[in-house]
Every structure is written in C-alpha cells, then in structure tokens.
Ligand binder design. Structure first.
Ligand code: C5P
Length: 222
C-alpha cells in the first residue's frame, strides 16, 4: 500500500518538530526529521576536519556520510547515529545550528540528500509518514498527500527557542534564529506557500490547536 505522506515546512521555531512528532505518535505513523540529516552531515564534516565553506569537499564527503548515517523513523524513539555514534544531542548544539546553513546551501549536496529522503518517504513501512523541513512541500515531495507551511511571527519563534534553551543567552538565541532563517531563505522558500500548500500561522495558537488544525487538513485530504 502507498503510504500517506504529510509534509510540513517552516522556519526555525515554527513548532514543526514538536507538532510532527505528536502527529506521528497519535496516528501511529513514521516520522522523518530532515533538518537532523543536515545537522548530522555538519557534525560529520567537522569530525573529518572538512572546511564547511569548501563546497567541493563537503560534496565529496556526502556519499560516505550517507553510508554511515542512520535515523530512527519511530516517533517515540528519537535517535540519529553516524558510524554507530549516537549524535542525537550533539547535533542540537548551537555550534551546529550556526554552521548547518553552509552545508545545506550546497545544491548538489541537497540533491543527494533529497534523493534519500524520497526513498525513505515512498518506502515508509507504516500507513503514513510525517516529514518536516524547509523544502519538503515544494522540492522533495510536491506529490505528498498533505502539504503544509507552518509559520509564526519571528518574535514568537525566537521566544519559543529561548524557552527551549532555558533562556541561557536570549540575545544569542535571537541572533542565531534570525541569521539562520536569513541564510536558509537564500536556498529554500519557507515563507510563501506554493500553490496547493495549506498555511497555518501559529503565532496565536498553542500546540494543541496547531495539532488539531493539521489533523483536520489530513482528514480532508485522505
Ligand atoms: O529544522 P532544523 O532546525 O533542524 O534544520 C536545521 C537546518 O537544516 C536548517 O537551518 C537548514 O539549513 C537545513 N534544512 C534544509 N532543508 C530541510 C531541512 C533542514 O536546508 N528540508
């Protein structure tokens, strides 16, 4: 049976990771967090001493990375491994967040990774799979059954990220979110919805309301 694919794009702090995890758990579906792959590739290049601004070198390392990269698709079991090493927490470090856009900005690297994403999504072993990223609805799986752009005003997204980080350095978090969106926005368009993509603006919505809104769209489309 062909799995139902639900693709959600949005900027940093829009709430897509949390919402997709809740949805996948509730529906008993699989989950593909695509940002974690770019983060893991960044970690891998750093370990190999590769200059992240050297696009040729990052591209040359990508096939070897994809051979040793593993990701849990089970929403209740969150882990990412690279060559057997658990990098689940390491790839969330601010240092990685601040560097990941270099890697994600290399178009041939994206092409190789996107191909792997499509294989995973179309080969899902559950009835459905929920995925989140920046260009899932537009480039990776424009054929997904449900395509959603999840947005929120920048100030609200920054507040959410600060709360996640325990407010340890609010200004640094604010700078990091704004800078990353600006860099990512040069490569992927996650501010305007492509035709056929539903928009949910979560600025004034809590998690439960966003989850319900997505479930409603899934019910309409399936
Ligand atoms: O969603 P998350 O913050 O984990 O994404 C980390 C980074 O991965 C983003 O800042 C972006 O550079 C990159 N990314 C991307 N395309 C995706 C998902 C993430 O370029 N589909």
């Amino acid at each position: 049976m062909t799995p139902t694919i639900v693709a959600i794009d949005g900027p940093a702090g829009s709430g897509k990771s949390t919402v997709t995890r809740i949805l996948a758990e509730r529906l008993g579906w699989q989950l593909l967090d695509t940002g974690s792959v770019y983060r893991a590739l960044t970690w891998y290049c750093q370990q190999q001493g590769i200059d992240l601004t050297d696009a040729e070198a990052v591209l040359a390392a990508t096939p070897a990375f994809l051979q040793v990269w593993e990701l849990s698709l089970t929403p209740g079991e969150r882990w990412v491994r690279v060559d057997g090493i658990d990098v689940t927490d390491a790839i969330r470090a601010t240092e990685i967040s601040n560097q990941v856009s270099h890697v994600a900005g290399i178009m041939p690297v994206r092409a190789a990774i996107n191909q792997r994403f499509r294989e995973i999504l179309h080969g899902a072993t559950a009835a459905g799979i929920v995925t989140e990223g920046r260009d899932m609805t537009t480039v990776v799986v424009p054929d997904a059954t449900v395509r959603i752009l999840l947005t929120a005003d920048e100030s609200v997204r920054i507040q959410r990220r600060q709360a996640e980080r325990g407010n340890d350095n609010p200004e640094a978090v604010a700078r990091s979110v704004a800078l990353r969106d600006a860099k990512d926005g040069r490569v992927t368009n996650f501010t305007e919805a492509a035709p056929g993509v539903d928009v949910i603006d979560s600025t004034h919505m809590d998690l439960a309301a966003v989850t319900d809104a997505v479930l409603e769209i899934i019910a309409e489309r399936t």
